[in-house]
Design a protein around this ligand. Structure first.
Ligand SMILES: C[S@@+](CC[C@H](N)C(=O)[O-])C[C@H]1O[C@@H](n2cnc3c(N)ncnc32)[C@H](O)[C@@H]1O
Length: 436
């Protein structure tokens, strides 16, 4: 009789591990258990809990059952919580979420830089639901069923979880989900869409469609009808350009402290509709701007911190890596009646060739992306810059860059978590370094 290879059943390989104790949380918000085969990280578990798990990776295990829950555990209010990969912290009480975020930053600073902040200020918090003003949704059109799915990706997967509503999206965006799905389903373009972005701007919400070719006339009129019916601005992002669906559309705007700024719909804007401005106000307060003081601002975007800094009396030199954002920043300065020197540069490269690198600054503000600012901080510490406010969305790279500050005589005077991404493990923190 022929021998046929039969794989061993999955379960036989991965026998459940029962009654494991969760001893802590990692910086991605996953519970830590110590199994006979080593440490494993388990999503959706909390310190102190007893859990049954199945090991499914070299470093991970999947939760089967919580047998003794933590007092901090909540029933997640979102219907999509179990399948959607968006909010991985909804099962945690909000105060515990924020405490964990602060503890994570403290641990990273201590472990990688040997630093303790002289003062931790109470976390900055605002709306914990319907706060998010930008989201990227996945789109798939099933040609056989002629059905369009619009939703978020499942955790660690390409599968799309169809959603009709989202508890963290700003309400003007949340209300668009169903009509947008119905409108997209009618387009010839639907078959070619991979994802769509929703952004809440000051004037009206925007829908950004990434497209490869020009729209067919019927698609254009369908989208115009949708835009008018729901007071939405539709933008089309081609490979190298972004165009409004209707010629009458003005550039989108977002608010910062004391100003409204224009940007392209593809440009970065901060996530939380309220805390983005609270964060700017805190940075201004910590920098303690004096009239005509020279301030160097790095990773400036389209001027979210720059324009308020200049309005507070600083002579700001702002550096940003995207040319169109630098141009936009200059225009935002002109429209708001302030002078700013803005330059386009890759901050991962050394500064000596840059004209602005030779100027003397007394203070600096940095707001890098997750990669941090390794090179920029190396350059800052060579100069006579007394005070640095560093805003970070990645505690690991913040800790690395804090070590550079420490090695050059800077002290971490203050730190404060900004709860920019409630219901998720993502962390935003503002720090103040001073040279002693
Ligand atoms: C976290 S965003 C902050 C933007 C702005 N400060 C704000 O609050 O809207 C980081 C900014 O850094 C810019 N950036 C990222 N890497 C860069 C690099 N290597 N050199 C220069 N700019 C960079 C991005 O284009 C983005 O605008």
């Amino acid at each position: 009789m022929a021998q046929i290879y039969k794989p061993r059943p999955h379960q036989a390989k991965n026998k459940p591990l029962l009654a494991q104790t969760v001893v802590g949380l990692d910086h991605q918000g996953r519970g830590i258990i110590r199994t006979p085969k080593g440490v494993r990280f388990v999503a959706n578990t909390l310190p102190g809990e007893t859990v049954d798990v199945v090991v499914d990776g070299k470093y991970t295990a999947t939760l089967l059952k919580v047998t003794k829950p933590s007092a901090q555990r909540l029933k997640p209010p979102c219907d999509y919580y179990d399948s959607c990969g968006g909010c991985d912290f909804q099962h945690v009480d909000l105060a515990a979420q924020v405490a964990h975020k602060q503890q994570t930053v403290q641990e990273m600073l201590s472990k990688f830089a040997g630093i303790e902040a002289q003062a931790w200020l109470a976390p900055l918090q605002a709306d914990a639901w319907h706060y998010r003003r930008r989201a990227r949704l996945a789109v798939h059109y099933d040609r056989k069923r002629q059905q369009l799915t619009l939703g978020f990706r499942a955790a660690q997967s390409k599968r799309i979880v169809a959603i009709d509503s989202c508890l963290t999206l700003a309400q003007p965006l949340n209300k668009l989900l169903k009509p947008l799905r119905d409108a997209l389903a009618k387009l010839a373009l639907a078959k070619h869409l991979g994802h769509v972005e929703l952004i809440e701007f000051a004037q009206q919400p925007a829908v950004l469609l990434r497209v490869a070719t020009r729209l067919e006339d019927t698609d254009k009129s369908q989208l115009e009808a949708f835009a008018q019916a729901h007071n939405v601005a539709v933008w089309l992002a081609y490979e190298h350009t972004v165009e409004p669906l209707m010629a009458t559309q003005a550039l989108p705007q977002y608010g910062t402290v004391g100003a409204l700024l224009s940007c392209q719909p593809t440009d970065f804007i901060q996530s939380h509709r309220q805390l983005s401005q609270t964060m700017v106000a805190q940075a201004l307060a910590w920098l303690d701007i004096q009239a005509d003081e020279r301030v160097l601002e790095l990773f400036a975007g389209s001027g979210h911190f720059t324009i308020p800094l200049a309005q507070a009396g600083a002579k700001v030199t702002a550096i940003e890596g995207v040319t169109s954002m630098v141009e936009q920043l200059q225009q935002n300065a002109t429209v708001n009646g302030v002078e700013v020197d803005a330059f386009c540069a890759n901050l991962e490269q050394p500064w000596p060739q840059q004209s602005w690198g030779a100027t003397n600054y007394s203070k600096a503000l940095l707001d890098p992306a997750r990669a941090g600012a390794a090179n920029a901080v190396q350059e800052i510490v060579k100069r006579d810059i007394q005070r640095v406010v560093y805003v970070s969305c990645a505690p690991d790279t913040l800790a690395r860059d804090a070590a550079t500050h420490k090695a050059h005589g800077y002290v971490l005077k203050r730190a404060q978590v900004i709860d920019m991404f409630p219901q998720t493990h993502h962390i935003e923190v503002i720090t103040l370094f001073e040279r002693e």
